[in-house]
Design a protein around this ligand. Structure first.
Ligand code: DON
Length: 565
């Protein structure tokens, strides 16, 4: 065969380049997705594309993030939502940064012991399933506040992709079909959830089209009336009627009362990088900064080595013990944020850790369930360098399983994040204190950790993850992988993870990723290991500090997508 002539070769190279760069194979290969100007990474491809559409239409990172948030409410109903809540961290190119706290709130009729029986025992399922588990949703207020403060495009325009996806439908992915099947039994307990999400009992197969006309109508109303289209009028009335029917406690007054709150980000430093993250009512920022402060002056050795796992796990153990003891909504309880995030306190912990071996005091009887991966995080960077890290959730997969009748959306089960009873573990096995006790209008303690790392005044990393109690440790490890172990963002996100949360006293590991020798050494040191297939879905962006190129990495643990231009 004759060799190709140079012009043909050049043409072939161009054609191959175009085909490969557009191919999903390349996006999921062991390289980050590169873009010159802007990047969106989320756990669901249609939602990432919605963000890109808005960026290309002239929107900024906040416009795109709002579009992704609404789109996920349609295409990723396990966690994407308008019936839940979360945190959005925004950092503008000029340096201003802000957290929009749109965490759910306890209704006025909530009380400290509402999930206990007359003998003071936790009523199984009461805080996790059904209408009593629902906190007042914050998502619509939060996305609207972010848009009102920073958005550039009209509100209606940023909702358009979500409305289209709900009205015209979208192809059900393998992942969504599996999630619906996995939770079919619980969804079927609520007739409206069964009708919509199980098509009266026949779950969607991959490739089928899922249309949600009621949700489209609700979204159109929000597009027309803003947050009032959700917190007042027919949608609010439908929500309250659904509550009454299923013995929930949210009233119209609770919906009117709800406000998203603008907060100052929590700021830390790590080896010269500035860390921006979320304050209470999330524990995520405090935990992350506390751990980074401890680790800053330790020699971690090579990644995945015994030395690094031991030092990081002992740090995790202590930060999670503090979480359990001290943290709650700081608008209601006194939370020692300054002390926990101080370098002096970290020095004391570091000393303890260097003296200690694996402090294993094996505890039994805490049924930790890290399996659920149903919160969702997305990251956006625009052409001007504005950045958004957003994590939001219904809490469990499909939340409380209750769908608002006629309005087409699921409600959260975020009340389970409160301390239902001090010392009693929640659905993530997390033990919590009086500081997180239930009170009217209080927000439950979260572990969500949307985070932005700044280097020399410019955004370097945008990240966050789902994973209940594991979230803070996932963010910590991806951050260490880039900043300490010098991995690129794709390697950092893919690398195996481990998790310690003080109680139960287990070192949870994605065992597939660690060498048999390391595992053996950890066991010999006394760690009680627990295997986990996967933890988190850290949808991340890194900006090259020299060239400004944006690199996106969708976590291979979820079926998401990084897209940019
Ligand atoms: O706010 C929190 O910490 C939890 N409600 C998050 C739940 C979660 O990440 C579920 N997904 N794994």
């Amino acid at each position: 065969m004759t060799s190709l002539q140079p012009p043909w070769r050049a043409l072939l190279r161009i054609v191959l380049g175009v085909v490969l760069s557009a191919s999903p194979l390349v996006a999921s290969a062991f390289r980050p997705v590169a873009a010159r100007h802007a990047m969106v990474v989320s756990s669901e491809p249609f939602a990432s594309e919605a963000g890109l559409e808005i960026l290309k239409a002239g929107g900024n990172a906040v416009d795109a993030a709002v579009a992704v948030g609404f789109a996920l409410a349609v295409t990723h109903p396990e966690a994407g939502n308008i019936g839940g809540g979360g945190f959005m961290l925004v950092r503008l190119a000029g340096g201003e940064s802000v957290v929009v706290d749109y965490r759910e709130e306890a209704p006025a009729a909530a009380s400290r012991d509402m999930y206990l029986d007359s003998e003071g025992r936790v009523i199984p399922g009461a805080s996790t399933e059904g209408a009593l588990a629902v906190g007042v949703p914050g998502t619509v207020a939060g996305l609207a506040l972010a848009h009102q403060k920073y958005g550039k495009l009209p509100w209606r325009r940023v909702l358009a992709p979500a409305i289209r996806l709900a009205a015209e439908g979208f192809r059900v992915s393998y992942g969504l079909s599996e999630s619906l099947r996995a939770d079919a039994e619980q969804l079927a307990k609520f007739p409206e959830s069964r009708r919509i999400f199980l098509r009266d009992g026949r779950p969607y197969e991959p490739g089928e089209t899922f249309r949600q006309p009621e949700l489209a109508k609700t979204l159109r109303r929000i597009a027309r009336d803003g947050p009032a289209g959700f917190y007042q009028g027919p949608v609010a009335r439908a929500l309250v009627e659904t509550m009454r029917k299923h013995q929930g406690r949210i009233e119209l007054a609770d919906l009117r009362h709800y406000q998203a709150k603008v907060r100052q980000p929590l700021q830390g430093s790590f080896r010269g990088y500035a860390i921006l993250t979320v304050p209470p009512p999330s524990s995520g920022g405090i935990g992350l900064i506390e751990m980074l402060n401890v680790l800053e002056l330790l020699d971690l050795g090579p990644p995945n080595s015994y030395q690094s796992i031991h030092l990081v796990a002992e740090t995790m153990r202590r930060a999670y013990a503090d979480r359990a003891a001290y943290l709650g909504d700081a608008d209601f309880a006194s939370v020692p944020v300054g002390g926990l995030t101080s370098k002096e306190y970290a020095a004391k912990l570091r000393e303890e850790i260097l003296k200690a071996k694996a402090e294993v005091a094996v505890q039994a009887g805490h049924p930790a369930d890290f399996e659920a991966t149903q919160t969702t995080h997305f990251s956006v960077v625009d052409a001007d360098g504005n950045a958004v890290a957003n994590t939001y959730t219904l809490n469990g997969s499909f939340g409380s399983y209750v769908t608002v009748e006629g309005a087409g959306f699921l409600l959260n089960n975020e009340m389970d994040d409160f301390t239902t009873k001090p010392g009693e573990p929640n659905m993530y096995g997390l033990v919590q204190s009086e500081a997180n006790a239930i009170a009217p209008h209080k927000r439950p303690l979260s572990a969500m950790t949307p985070t932005i790392v700044v280097q020399d005044g410019k955004v370097r990393l945008v990240l966050g993850s789902p994973g209940g109690g594991t979230i803070i440790n996932t963010v910590l490890q991806v951050l260490l992988n880039v900043l300490v172990f010098k991995m690129d963002i794709r390697q950092a996100v893919t690398a195996p993870r481990f998790h310690h949360q003080w109680m139960p006293d287990h070192l949870v590991m994605e065992r597939w990723g660690f060498s048999a020798d390391t595992i053996q050494k950890l066991e010999e040191a006394g760690y009680k290991l627990e295997d986990r297939d996967r933890m988190g879905a850290c949808e991340s962006i890194e900006i090259d500090p020299e060239t400004g190129w944006r690199f996106g990495a969708a976590d291979p643990r979820a079926a998401g997508k990084a897209v940019g231009y």
